[in-house]
Design a binder for this molecule. Structure first.
Ligand SMILES: [Zn+2]
Ligand SMILES: [Zn+2]
Length: 354
């Protein structure tokens, strides 16, 4: 199975958000410089970027316009919408199940955003976690959010200065609570895990000095979502947006932290008697299937089955024979600057008995 790997960034805010500052052309310049293929924009309660003609191919970048529904808690990223579905300012008490359903009724899909966001007192950022886990019908959830992870490092002013100067050195990976919840959910149904940036380029103040958090060119190599397609994109905006959204819906993607080494080229496949599947796919296991994990560089690999460690190895490639059904996904850590750092988080392959 040869898949095309497109480098995407999901969840970012432009000047169309009340708390964003960067005009879209400026974001596109930064994305081009950083080698991004696809941007999934999520301004608050608006699809204005699309109305003003920015959606589609823009000089080598495919821009897809979604919406972030962001009341006090339970932020939700919606894509594939004909119109913006909910305005948190006008309907602050709308229950999350109501906007999840509205997104589905509009033919769209949605992702629970930064579910374990904790905020930071230092920059007067409140906490914005997901609190209502009784909901159903969402497509997936953020498993690693740059802003959540980075803000967790801001425990004192000196650390804040260092962490602002070198954000990549301070990222610690997805919260274990987020991964544990995701693993529980995927044992019931497909729940797609995405990476989030949630950058606004907003001005914050430290010692009364205004600090942009962050100019986009500084963070586009941090948390990315690689989207896998069977056929290369055609250059035709409508078709290509549909292809990307289909892959997103099916979980044909992995999340990575590309600052030290791009994860492009990572692959996870499962094969039995000529049948082959990859992440996001379902597989009927007859006797024994061969799982192959291949990385662009040697790394510490963990294969997770139903939320538990199934096997681990430090290698560039591993082969594992699977004889049992389960939900299998891969994590990999890359050694950089003297320590192993979280690098790749795949979506699962869902393995069933006949
Ligand atoms: Zn949010
Ligand atoms: Zn946001």
């Amino acid at each position: 199975m040869h898949l095309k790997d497109y480098t995407g960034v999901i969840h970012l805010h432009s000047a169309y958000s009340f708390d964003g500052r960067a005009p879209i052309p400026e974001i596109l310049v930064a994305a081009r410089k950083c080698g991004i293929d696809i941007l999934l924009l999520t301004d608050h309660s608006t699809l204005q970027a699309r109305e003003e003609g920015f959606e589609g191919w823009r000089d080598g970048i495919l821009l897809i316009v979604g919406e972030e529904i962001a009341p006090r808690f339970n932020h939700y990223l919606a894509f594939g919408l004909g119109k913006a579905v909910a305005c948190a300012e006008r309907e602050p008490d709308l229950p999350p199940q109501a906007y999840i359903d509205r997104v589905r009724d509009e033919g769209g899909m949605g992702f629970i955003a930064h579910p374990d966001h904790a905020g930071t007192a230092m920059f007067h950022v409140k906490h914005y976690p997901w609190t209502d886990w009784s909901v159903t019908g969402f497509t997936g959830m953020g498993i690693w959010d740059f802003m959540t992870d980075w803000q967790n490092s801001l425990s004192c002013r000196i650390r804040a200065v260092l962490s602002y100067a070198f954000p990549a050195l301070f990222l610690r990976g997805p919260s274990p609570a987020t991964l544990a919840r995701w693993d529980r959910l995927t044992q019931e149904r497909r729940v797609v895990g995405i990476g989030e940036l949630d950058n606004h380029d907003s001005l914050k103040h430290l010692w009364r000095i205004p600090i942009p958090v962050f100019p986009f060119f500084r963070v586009f190599d941090l948390i990315r979502t690689h989207i896998l397609l069977e056929k290369p994109l055609s250059g035709e905006s409508r078709d290509d947006i549909a292809a990307i959204l289909t892959a997103l819906r099916n979980g044909r993607l992995y999340v990575s932290f590309d600052h030290f080494r791009t994860a492009s080229g990572f692959s996870l496949t499962l094969t039995e008697e000529g049948r082959e599947v990859t992440m996001g796919d379902e597989f009927i296991l007859h006797r024994a299937a061969e799982l192959r994990v291949s990385l662009p560089e040697r790394a510490r690999i963990r294969l997770i089955r139903n939320g538990n460690l199934f096997c681990k190895s430090t290698a560039k490639e591993i082969f594992v024979t699977l004889c049992e059904p389960g939900v299998y996904r891969v994590e990999a850590d890359l050694k950089a600057f003297g320590r192993y750092r979280p690098w790749i988080f795949s979506n699962p392959i869902y393995v069933f008995c006949p």
